[in-house]
Design a protein around this ligand. Structure first.
Ligand SMILES: [Zn+2]
Length: 254
């Protein structure tokens, strides 16, 4: 049984064959999923999806690309959405310095406001962080009670160890199957299994041999297979551990 801890199955690209994807997920043993918002509209769609299936849960929040839209009124609407018990996290929130489309100061303000909401509500955070490792860790340190996951983790092994030390989790995608994925492979091989989550981040990050195509949650076992191979474990062991980890983090009965 696999838990896809980060999916965007509400995206329009999944509409044409939605039922077929659910069937393939069931066949692949993908029995739980977190659907992640990246702005207000997708957060609402995530909650709607979670309301239709008892094995899908939702995260609500604004990605750094959408940070300029995060104001007090937006936070109030996220607070109202998060009152629904299907919402189990605030996310995806964070920092992305790869493109400078949104000024760093605006990203940092939106990140802090949403971490404060997670703190207030006692919910974990789903963090997107790219090329902003130092600022990311420093801002997290301002919210010592908040726990969560760095999804599609792209940092070093040292940074992963620091997150683990602070009680956080590390999410790995199909990137771990890529030929040039030195850092992700190092992290997948080395950090405690109790701190790893598996995810698709679909429709992005399809694992080999589907790299470059549309990803979907039925492919998350390929991520678990790669981690199992790297660690010399059975796929079942990795599936069970990562499912338990996601259930623990998101407050879901295992
Ligand atoms: Zn995402």
């Amino acid at each position: 049984m696999f838990f896809d801890s980060h999916a965007h199955l509400d995206e329009a690209c999944f509409q044409p064959d939605f039922d077929d994807i659910l069937r393939r997920m069931a066949e692949a043993g993908v029995t739980r999923m977190m659907n992640i918002g990246f702005d207000e509209a997708s957060s609402r769609r995530s909650l709607a999806l979670a309301g239709r299936y008892d094995w899908i849960w939702a995260a609500v929040g604004s990605h750094p690309d959408d940070a300029a839209a995060v104001d007090d009124a937006c936070i109030a609407r996220y607070r109202a959405l998060a009152a629904d018990p299907r919402v189990r996290a605030i996310g995806e929130i964070g920092l992305d310095y790869h493109y400078e489309d949104v000024p760093r100061g605006i990203q940092q303000t939106a990140f802090r406001m949403q971490l404060a909401l997670a703190d207030e509500l006692g919910l974990p955070a789903v963090v997107h962080e790219r090329e902003a490792h130092e600022d990311g860790l420093n801002i997290l340190a301002e919210f010592p009670r908040v726990r969560g996951v760095f999804h599609c983790f792209s940092g070093s092994l040292e940074m992963a160890r620091e997150l683990v030390r602070r009680g956080w989790y590390v999410g790995l995608t199909g990137v771990v199957t890529f030929k040039n994925a030195r850092k992700a492979v190092e992290v997948a091989s080395s950090i405690p299994l109790e701190r790893l989550l598996i995810e698709t981040d679909c429709p992005y990050m399809a694992p080999v041999p589907y790299r470059g195509r549309r990803n979907d949650p039925s492919l998350v076992p390929l991520v678990a297979e790669k981690i199992a191979e790297l660690r010399g474990l059975s796929v079942e062991t990795v599936a069970q551990a990562t499912t338990q980890n996601a259930c623990r983090l998101f407050g879901i009965d295992a």
